[in-house]
Design a protein around this ligand. Structure first.
Ligand code: C2E
Ligand code: MG
Ligand code: MG
Length: 729
């Protein structure tokens, strides 16, 4: 339909060869508010029509050049002529012309001779009714389109006669073609998904007997085998005896909406990577669990599971691998806890468990129906066992271990936040105890956590207050029993707590970033000490300073080392820096260039705690290292654990093939020393020889041994005379 603005004056095209008639019609129509265009020649009607696009046409049946019926058909065949009202002018009694006019598609006719006073009204009436009809058609089309878009079909049931009406859209929703038969109440029920059929039938029956409005949401199986979710809402009419006589309603295909809702639900309550519930859903579980625990007088266990050194996997093997590991961990946790009821219990009652991803590599497990610590411990042990099994990711084997902290409701706390916090504190304690174990929360741990905070504040002042000092642990060349080097480790003379080892505050200093200040202080102190030894020229050995990876992040290391060398004026060959494997994660090549710069200054580099991280051969080759240090965890069990022994052998072989020097640390017994020596590791350090010593003790030890050295060299040729040096710091 043509769009007509407000105050629009409709245009009438009058096609008649009779000039007189045209004038009369024009006057009459203009008086009625129309605009009028005229055509006298039949051959020009079509072109004038398409040029002027009139709102109504009055067409004479007999015109020179074209007959009116044919013209009418031709206009109808054009796109805009489809709906335009065409009024034919026929002879008074010419029934045949009237019939032909309708057959040609005319809207109406007027007869000649014309009743001029009436013609204006007549045309006005035809024009208006045509517009109304068009509007109706248009709104019907809009409605059909809207129903289609909304996947909405309507239906009616005459419950007395059994006559049903189901709109075309209902057929489309049910996947039915016109030839598939008619939809009825039974056809509808038959299509309902088998799992829901019974409930829907019962629901509908109840509605027909008792309700005036009802709404049912269910799944159907369409004729073409698809599962759709539909919603039908209906109104029921009843007679005076309350018997349902008629029902009408609509059916809507809400499958897409349901899918979107499900997606939103998943996003809101589940972790997208692992598919596990997130914190929000976990809160819900906890509320239910509390109700259950109160009812049954049982406890709830909260297990905080954190993967050890997971960051290293992400950093060295990439996030894609990290994600795969997390997914595997999640599915092991999820599958694992479902079995606990059988495995963790000897007695009959079940432990019900839920697992959620808390953040990054942290998961929380909720255990319901826990009677005592032992129940929770058994589950924790199983989780630990199952997570420690190797993961095969893209063909390579990865080992991940968990540290688990456990808190119990209601003994440790009554709300989830507290319980998670306490389980987290316990988990940290598990980490401190060497990772890969589980620990229960206790109040004393809480104090430890608070202590950490206090300690952090105090460390900030420790440097200024001169509370830090350096201890020196000799590194022994075992075949000659001579001191071949010294490792400097930092100590803190704490005003209240006494002397603190590096292990008790360096991790905290690393977390807070204070370590860079500590390292700078140690480096300057050691350089000054080296200078003093050089000046006295009584003994010269290489001194190692531990450098935290944090210094590389700050990118100040090269400059700090340069300053330390300059201000102390030492010969750089007496200085060695020890870095840990984590440092070698070098995303933009900064670390390798910094290490090269340091090497260029003449300083040597050692890789500490080797074997505990994820160093690959590629890494080792890339960096300008001189020494590998075998971590004390391998040395500790070298005599009892074949794995430790073979890893140690492999590290020694690796170092040799890369032409790197090797040092074993943490040597505590003669047997360890001998086995390491047998495997080819000549340089060793550890309490067997000497713990880290204060400067005074070190000098005493050296003096003592140099006399012993001169005593013994005559008969044994060994610096330390083959004896362990037992001097306590
Ligand atoms: P590390 O570099 O592997 O140092 C060896 C640690 O093992 C030292 O602990 C040392 O006291 C201890 N140790 C030595 N011999 C034995 C032994 O026979 N048995 C056992 N079980 N342990 C032994 P410490 O001094 O508490 O240092 C711990 C870690 O803290 C060091 O491990 C090092 O990574 C770090 N560290 C120490 N001083 C500094 C420092 O000035 N700066 C930085 N960034 N880190 C430091
Ligand atoms: Mg070290
Ligand atoms: Mg070490």
């Amino acid at each position: 339909m043509k769009f007509s603005p407000m105050n629009y004056t409709p245009l009438v095209l009058v096609a008649d060869d009779d000039h007189f008639i045209r004038v009369l019609v024009k006057d009459a129509l203009e008086a009625e508010g129309f605009r009028v265009a005229e055509v006298a020649d039949g051959r020009e009607v079509l072109s004038t029509f398409s040029r002027m696009n009139p709102d109504i046409i009055i067409l004479d049946v007999v015109m020179p050049g074209r007959d009116g019926f044919r013209l009418c058909r031709e206009i109808r065949a054009t796109e805009s002529g489809h709906t335009v009202p065409i009024v034919m002018m026929t002879g008074l009694d010419d029934i045949d012309a009237v019939r032909k006019s309708y057959a040609a598609g005319a809207t109406d006719f007027i007869t000649k001779p014309l009743n001029i006073p009436l013609i204006g009204y007549r045309i006005q009436y035809i024009y208006r009714s045509n517009r109304t009809l068009e509007k109706l058609k248009q709104s019907e089309t809009r409605l059909v389109d809207a129903l289609k878009i909304a996947n909405l079909g309507s239906w009616e049931m005459d419950l007395d006669s059994g006559n049903d009406y189901w709109s075309q859209e209902v057929y489309t929703i049910f996947g039915m073609e016109p030839g598939d038969g008619v939809i009825s109440h039974d056809v509808f029920l038959n299509a309902v998904h088998p799992e829901e059929k019974e409930a829907v039938a019962a629901r509908m029956e109840k509605a027909f007997f008792e309700e005036n409005d009802f709404s049912i949401e269910c799944r159907i199986l369409t004729k073409n085998g698809r599962t759709r979710t539909i919603l039908t809402k209906a109104r029921i009419n009843r007679d005076e005896k309350h018997k349902a006589t008629w029902a009408a309603g609509f059916i809507q295909d809400i499958t897409e909406r349901k899918e979107v809702e499900e997606k939103i639900r998943l996003l809101a309550y589940y972790d997208t990577l692992t598919g596990l519930p997130n914190r929000i859903l976990f809160h819900d579980y906890f509320s239910h669990a509390v109700a259950f625990a109160t009812r049954t007088k049982t406890q709830i266990g909260i297990l905080f599971v954190d993967l050890d050194r997971f960051k290293l996997i992400n950093d060295t093997l990439g996030h894609a691998v990290g994600d795969k590991v997390l997914k595997d961990v999640a599915s092991r946790l999820d599958a694992g806890i479902r079995k606990y009821d059988y495995i963790a219990r000897e007695r009959v009652t079940d432990i019900d468990a839920e697992v959620a991803r808390f953040a990054g590599d942290e998961f929380i497990v909720l255990l319901k129906n826990v009677r005592d610590h032992f129940d929770a411990a058994k589950v924790a042990q199983r989780i630990q066992d199952s997570l420690t099994m190797p993961y095969i990711i893209d063909g390579s084997e990865i080992i991940v271990t968990p540290s688990i902290g456990i808190s119990l409701y209601p003994v440790d706390g009554e709300n989830l936040e507290d319980l998670i916090k306490f389980a987290d504190i316990a988990m940290y304690h598990a980490k401190e105890l060497g990772r890969n174990n589980f620990q229960f929360y206790s109040r004393s741990l809480d104090t430890t956590a608070k202590d950490h905070l206090i300690l952090e504040g105090q460390l900030r002042n420790a440097i200024k207050r001169n509370e830090l000092f350096v201890c020196y642990q000799p590194i022994i060349h075992v075949p000659s029993f001579e001191i071949t080097g010294i490792e400097a480790v930092v100590r803190w003379r704490h005003p209240e707590r006494g002397i603190l080892s590096a292990a008790s505050f360096v991790p905290m200093a690393e977390e807070t970033g204070l370590i860079t200040e500590v390292d700078e202080w140690v480096l300057f102190t050691v350089c000054k000490q080296i200078k003093e030894w050089q000046d006295r020229s009584d003994h010269s050995w290489m001194v190692t300073v531990n450098i935290s990876g944090r210094n590389f992040k700050k990118r100040t290391l090269v400059e700090t080392v340069g300053r330390a060398l300059q201000s102390s004026e030492i010969d750089p060959r007496w200085l060695k820096l020890e870095i840990t494997e984590g440092v070698l994660i070098d995303k933009d090549g900064y670390v390798v260039s910094a290490l090269n710069n340091i090497k260029d200054m003449g300083i040597r580099l050692a890789l500490d705690d080797f074997g505990t991280g994820y160093s690959s051969l590629g890494y080792l080759r890339k960096f300008p290292l001189d020494i590998l240090k075998i971590d004390k965890c391998f040395v500790k069990d070298i005599l009892i654990d074949p794995d430790c022994a073979s890893i140690t052998t492999a590290i020694i072989a690796l170092a040799k093939s890369l032409k790197l020097d090797i040092i074993a640390e943490g040597v505590e017994t003669k047997e360890q020393m001998e086995l390491l020596l047998e495997k080819g590791c000549e340089k060793q350090q550890g309490n067997y020889f000497s713990p880290p010593l204060s400067l005074t003790d070190l000098e005493v030890l050296v003096r003592h041994n140099s006399t012993r050295l001169s005593d013994r060299t005559a008969d044994t040729g060994h610096g330390f005379g083959g004896q362990p040096v037992l001097v306590s710091s």
